[in-house]
Each structure stands twice: as structure tokens, then as C-alpha cells.
Write a protein that binds this ligand. Structure first.
Ligand code: NAD
Length: 484
């Protein structure tokens, strides 16, 4: 039982950076899967645009290879792939020069939705935006999709917003954070705002604390020197973790519409207190048997960039005053998992006596792997022996509850690209949201630099530095185990 596929209107999608890593791993295989599912009209057109000199046939070969390698899936053999490739073309374009733009314009149709995906380095966003206007490719209804990172701090994000605003209106700009495209993230809104059960308890009176964990098992790999200029705070917290925090903490919007939702998210970011430096732990992974540590991977033996960060923060408003939010993310951790955990308070009085132990309701919202939710409920342990209590999870893993087809939901990129074509900005970040997030993050990073702080080493395959465990332990709380 999966919600039915609603086909989108005919579109021309130009992927700048169409030969790059992101296009090959995510965007093109994702488009193919949407094609297989019947969501993409036969008249859709996808045009790769990048620096390499290549013709349509060469690009189609590259796209076919990418789809085979990165999970195009089921229908590759039965002619569907060829039918999809017939919708794909290529134009060599120089983002910083004159070459290719007129040719690209000649490929676009007047009667189709027009979208331009900027899957290139952010330093090229301005050049491409400018040329889309000066060569007459952009219409008032055209959309542009921009990838992360959106700036490196508040000043650069403001500059980037200003550059894009010179050429496009805000309603044309789709800033991608692929975490927002995940099925569970939308389900989180359905659970909060579609049920009577949770919302009355969703506040400081009933919630003890909230944990958000995004753990990866991989290190910085081949991206070491790029990552070293960024670190976990900029790469993960400022965007993905803060977006999740917003969705968990926001007030109910009046309607599920782009600006109504984004207004509420913005209010959460603006209500965040500055973080006490004692409430943040940074870490760097150490070498493990057979593999180097962070500094080796970053090719910077004195690097002070963090590959792990854990922090405690507060949303200062009526709903959340006094409820801590603990955020944690890192590389080379024990398991790959993304999870939001809402821990409810103890019952005010136990009629079962102290010997029944401590029991709490815990709602765990899992983004990956095995998207779904569990709610720990306290019940009587079955059998004789009196009133012994035990916590059991009510399992709302989609595949179990809704049948195996439910596990076959579109991945985040697929869903978001279809939203671009539909013109729905709900799951995309608005310019002021991104700036507010940087305004909160910048002083944290500046504080580290000013104090000359060095990240704590942590063992690869662990849960991060010991100090991160202490961050919660000091408050009489405990992180949920990082497990796949
Ligand atoms: P990449 O280096 O693999 O590809 C870059 C693309 O840009 C290539 O197609 C190249 O031909 C094109 N290009 C470079 N200079 C050009 C020019 N002057 N004119 C026209 N085309 C030019 O990069 P990527 O990993 O695919 O990343 C693209 C964007 O997506 C970046 O902003 C990156 O931060 C972001 N991003 C990537 C990933 C990922 O997993 N790769 C994840 C999240 C965000």
C-alpha cells in the first residue's frame, strides 16, 4: 500500500554538472526510477550540461553506466532504460564563458516546465545564474535548484543569496537539503499534525529531552582536503541536523504550504539560545587497524577540524523552555544511522513502587536505515511473578506495517526533483532560514577558533569521544546506542 504516483507535467530539466559525481550517483539514477514508476511524462527532457566535450550518444552511455552502477534497479533489461535514454541529451557549456549557451537555449521548449539544477561547485552558481538570464534561457516561471554547501558562514550565504536574487525571485529558488526529502521526515509531520495523540504531549511539560543523531561509518575518504575546510559543524549541523530540529520543534503551521511551514521553521532557529561552550564536544577520529586517522585523510597533520560534534542546545519559547535538545553527528562511528529520539518524562508517581524500576515512553524516529518509528510503551511483563514492568516497542517500521512495497519509496533526491517540477517549495530551505542557521552557527565556530580549541581524539568504530557521553551523563541522561 504505497500512495499512488501522480505524474508531473512535461518538463525540461538541465543538469549543470551533469557529468559530476552527484549527477551520476543520485540525480540521474533517481530520475530513471521516477521514469520507471510512471511519474515522468514521455515528453520529459533531461539535458546534461557540463564542461566535457561530449555528444548526446556519449552522454547517454555515461548515464546508462551510472544507472547500472548506482541502483537504477529493476527495469534495465526490458527496454525501459533505452526509452529513458531517448529523453536524455547533452550540451557542452562553459559556466564562465560564452560557449554552449545558445545551443542549450535551442534545446528548450516554450511549453514545458523549465528547471535548472546547479550540481556544480558553489563558486559557479553566480556565473550560471547570470548567463541563464543574459542568454535568455530563464523565463519568469523557470526554477533553479542549488546544492549544498549554501555558503560557508553568514557572510558568504548572504552574498550567495544576493547573487541569486539579482537573477531570480525567491519563489524560483530551490535550496536542497536532501534530509528534508526523506520519507520519515514527512511522516514526522504527519504523525505530529495528523494525530491527536502526540501534539498535546509535545512540549516541555511532558518531554524530558530530545536527541538527534546522524552517525556515519565512513571517514572523510577522498574528500579529506575539502572536508578539512568545513568540518562536521558546517557540513552537517548547520543544515541537516538543524532542519530536523526545526521539524521536531516547530509550531503547527496553519497549512501544509511552503511559506507557512518555512515561517514556523525559521521561528525555531531564531528562538535557539547561543550554545554554552561547555555544552559542545568536538572530536577527530583516530587511525584504526589498516586505515589512517582523520588528520592523515585530511592530509593535514595539525588539523583542528572536527569530524564529530555533540552539543546541547535550548529553544527558548513557551513550548520548549527548559527542554534540552542534544545533537550529535560524526564520521567513523559504530554504525550508520540517523535518528530522532523524543524521550518523555517519567510518570509523576509510580503506583508500582520503586522496585518496578524507571520506565519512560520513547518515540524513536528513524531516517536511515529501515525508515520508520518505534514507540516504547511500558506494559506488564507477561507471566506469573507479580507486577513486573517492561518497555516494549510499538513498531511502526513502514515495511512491516504497510507491506514490502512501502519500503520501495522514492529516495530523497527523486522526491525533491519531482517537487521542483511541481513547483512545491515546502521541502526546500528559504534564504532567510539558511542565513538564520549560519547566524547561530558562526559564533560557535568563532569561539573555537578564538580559544584555539583542539578536537578530542576518538576511536574509529566507537560512539565518539568520552566527553560526548559525559555531556548527557552530567545531566543524568544517556545517549541512545548508535546501532544499525
Ligand atoms: P564534481 O566535481 O564531481 O562535478 C562537477 C561538475 O561540474 C562536472 O560535471 C564538471 O564538468 C562541471 N563543471 C566544472 N566546471 C565547470 C564549468 N566551468 N562549466 C561547466 N561545467 C563545469 O562535483 P559533485 O560531487 O558532483 O558536486 C556538485 C555539487 O553538489 C557541489 O556543489 C557539491 O558540494 C554538491 N554536493 C555533492 C554531493 C556528492 O555526493 N557528490 C553531495 C551533496 C552536495
Amino acid at each position: 500500500m504505497v500512495s499512488r504516483v501522480i505524474p508531473v507535467d512535461p518538463f525540461d530539466l538541465v543538469i549543470f554538472g551533469g557529468t559530476g559525481d552527484l549527477a551520476r550517483r543520485k540525480i540521474l539514477p533517481g530520475l530513471f526510477r521516477r521514469y520507471c514508476s510512471g511519474q515522468m511524462p514521455e515528453t520529459a527532457q533531461i539535458v546534461g550540461a557540463a564542461r566535457s566535450d561530449m555528444d548526446d550518444a556519449g552522454y547517454r552511455e555515461m548515464v546508462a553506466e551510472a544507472i547500472r552502477e548506482f541502483g537504477g534497479g529493476r527495469a534495465c533489461e526490458d527496454g525501459t532504460l533505452d526509452a529513458f535514454l531517448a529523453r536524455v541529451g547533452y550540451v557542452a557549456v562553459d559556466a564562465k564563458g560564452e560557449g554552449g549557451w545558445a545551443d542549450l537555449k535551442g534545446r528548450l521548449r516554450d511549453d514545458a516546465v523549465r528547471a535548472f539544477y546547479f550540481s556544480v561547485a558553489p563558486s559557479l552558481f553566480g556565473d550560471i545564474a547570470e548567463r541563464l538570464q543574459s542568454f535568455g534561457l530563464a523565463t519568469p516561471a523557470s526554477r533553479i535548484v542549488v546544492e549544498k554547501p549554501f555558503g560557508n558562514d553568514l557572510a558568504t550565504a548572504q552574498a550567495l543569496n544576493a547573487t541569486l536574487a539579482r537573477h531570480f525571485d525567491e519563489h524560483q529558488i530551490y535550496r536542497i537539503d536532501h534530509y528534508l526529502g526523506k520519507e520519515t521526515v514527512q511522516n514526522l509531520m504527519a504523525v505530529r499534525f495528523g494525530n491527536m495523540l502526540f501534539e498535546p504531549l509535545w512540549n516541555a511539560q511532558y518531554v524530558d529531552h530530545i536527541q538527534i543523531t546522524v552517525a556515519e561509518t565512513v571517514g572523510v575518504g577522498g574528500r579529506g582536503s575539502y572536508y578539512d575546510k568545513s568540518g562536521a559543524m558546517r557540513d552537517m549541523v548547520q543544515n541537516h541536523l538543524m532542519q530536523l530540529l526545526c521539524l521536531i520543534a516547530m509550531e503547527p503551521p496553519a497549512r501544509f504550504e511552503p511559506d507557512a511551514v518555512r515561517d514556523e521553521k525559521l521561528k525555531v532557529i531564531r528562538a535557539l539560545d547561543p550554545v554554552d561552550p561547555h555544552h559542545i564536544v568536538r572530536g577527530q577520529y583516530e587511525a584504526s587497524a589498516g586505515d589512517g586517522g582523520y588528520r592523515e585523510h585530511a592530509e593535514n597533520p595539525r588539523s583542528t577540524t572536527e569530524s564529530f560534534v555533540a552539543l546541547k542546545c535550548h529553544v527558548s519559547n513557551w513550548r520548549w523552555a527548559g527542554t534540552p535538545f542534544y545533537l550529535r553527528t560524526g564520521k567513523r562511528l559504530r554504525a550508520r544511522t540517523s535518528e530522532i529520539v523524543v524521550v518523555f518524562k517519567d510518570a509523576p508517581h509510580s503506583i508500582f513502587g520503586a522496585e518496578s524500576g524507571r520506565h519512560r515512553n520513547v518515540l524513536a524516529i528513524r531516517l536511515q536505515p529501515n525508515e520508520g518509528m518505534t514507540l516504547d510503551v511500558t506494559i506488564k511483563e507477561p507471566g506469573p511473578g507479580g507486577m513486573r514492568l517492561v518497555d516494549v516497542p510499538l513498531d511502526m517500521t513502514f515495511a512491516k506495517a504497510l507491506g514490502p512495497e512501502a519500503a520501495d519509496v522514492p529516495d530523497a533526491y527523486e522526491r525533491l526533483i519531482m517537487d521542483v517540477i511541481r513547483g512545491n517549495q515546502t521541502l526546500f530551505m528559504r534564504g532567510d532560514e539558511v542565513e538564520a542557521a549560519w547566524a547561530w552557527t558562526d559564533p560557535i565556530i568563532a569561539g573555537w577558533q578564538k580559544r584555539g580549541e583542539v578536537p578530542k581524539p576518538y576511536e574509529s568504530g566507537s560512539s565518539g569521544p568520552e566527553d560526548a557521553l559525559m555531556l548527557m551523563h552530567r545531566d543524568g541522561r544517556k545517549w541512545r546506542d548508535i546501532r544499525a
